[in-house]
Design a protein around this ligand. Structure first.
Ligand code: SF4
Length: 87
């Protein structure tokens, strides 16, 4: 446990003062399938998920390409796709 605490403390100090997602945002964005271009949350997956869950929605990456392009990110849309075995 002691080694884990030490590694964690080092990681935090290296990243202090920066957005904790900065180190992964570029990699996340390269894999993001969202076609809503003006969104500032692209690659910030924690912010993206929080934003959509607050509106009973899921992020773009939960939907296949055609369904994602409708921008209907509702739980109901996702449930229909699952029921129709399109996911
Ligand atoms: S899924 Fe929503 S919050 Fe996430 S990047 Fe796309 S538009 Fe932005």
């Amino acid at each position: 446990m002691r080694a884990g605490k030490s590694a964690s403390a080092t990681s935090v100090s290296k990243n202090s003062g920066r957005d904790p997602m900065t180190c992964k945002k570029t990699a996340n964005t390269s894999r993001c399938n969202c076609t809503y271009e003006p969104c500032e949350r692209k690659g910030a997956c924690c912010a993206c998920l929080r934003y959509h869950l607050e509106s009973r929605e899921l992020p773009a990456c939960c939907f296949p390409t055609g369904a994602e392009a409708t921008f209907d990110r509702s739980f109901e849309h996702f449930a229909r796709l699952v029921a129709d075995r399109k996911i």
